[in-house]
Design a protein around this ligand. Structure first.
Ligand SMILES: [Zn+2]
Length: 269
């Protein structure tokens, strides 16, 4: 220990640890200060106008929703790729994440760090340019190219999803439901972290029945649900959260399964 090099290494290590702890404390303090800020009125007005789900909430739940929005925006990187993004886009991303997890108030997508906003839909090579014969068909995805949780969303499709009206499609909710499905390790349409083991069999049976109805043209569910069980879950969840009354009327059993998975009744009365 008397060796001067050893002493220098020990001293540098101690300084490093102190700086690390100080930086972590500062970050925590800055985050807490942000979370203590009053929810901006402009944000509240935007939520009321554009987010059907939020507009249905009672005062206490709306306030809880706003806290979750603040936390999500303060802790995730939301970045425009060759496109400008403003607070309204950040709010739409946060809403997409919070709506399906509203019944789990402590959940904040620990594996998601970055949400990239593309200027348009894109193809498998992530190109958004339009030229003759080119089909951009992907409006959102959970990017599996890296491990650190990135979601990509097409800006116009996200904006279309949050026009304040009830409808069946919402690309943001779709992608965040895939992430919840992934919590048990696999995006397979069976969100085992949310669905009790004894309901897995009946859920798969329900999927099979509804798929048969879609194939026969007897269902109003987007046929993209036929792709596989994971897409089925994401597609019906979009409908469940975006137009609950109609969904419950037309698909009572599916509604009951999704209420159980997400632990919430989207029809409020
Ligand atoms: Zn999907």
């Amino acid at each position: 220990m008397n060796n001067p090099i050893t002493l220098i290494i020990v001293a540098i290590s101690i300084i490093g640890i102190i700086l690390f702890i100080r930086s972590a404390k500062n970050k925590k303090k800055a985050l807490q200060e942000k979370l203590n800020e009053k929810f901006p009125i402009a944000w509240r007005n935007m939520l009321k106008k554009s987010v059907f789900f939020y507009a249905q909430l009672n005062e206490a739940d709306a306030s809880l929703f706003e806290k979750r929005v603040q936390l999500f925006i303060a802790t995730k990187q939301i970045e425009g790729i060759e496109t400008e993004i403003d607070d309204s886009i950040r709010l739409m991303v946060a809403c997409s994440a919070i709506i399906p997890t509203f019944a789990f108030p402590k959940y904040n997508y620990p594996y998601v760090h970055t949400i990239l906003i593309y200027p348009n839909s894109f193809d498998e090579k992530f190109q958004t340019e339009r030229f003759e014969g080119h089909k951009e068909i992907i409006t959102g995805m959970v990017d599996s190219r890296n491990q650190n949780g990135t979601v990509i969303l097409s800006k116009p499709d996200l904006v279309r999803a949050f026009d304040g009206l009830p409808h069946k499609e919402n690309v943001g909710i779709h992608e965040f439901v895939h992430l919840l499905d992934k919590e048990d390790g696999a995006i397979d349409g069976i969100p085992e972290a949310l669905l009790k083991h004894q309901f897995v069999g009946p859920w798969l049976h329900e999927i099979k029945n509804e798929i048969a109805r879609i194939e026969k043209g007897k269902s109003d569910i987007n046929p993209y649900a036929l792709t596989n069980n994971a897409e089925f879950l994401a597609v019906v969840s979009e409908y469940f959260f975006s137009n609950p009354e109609k969904f419950k009327n037309k698909h009572l059993e599916l509604y009951q399964f999704l209420s159980c998975i997400f632990n919430q009744d989207t029809v409020k009365n």
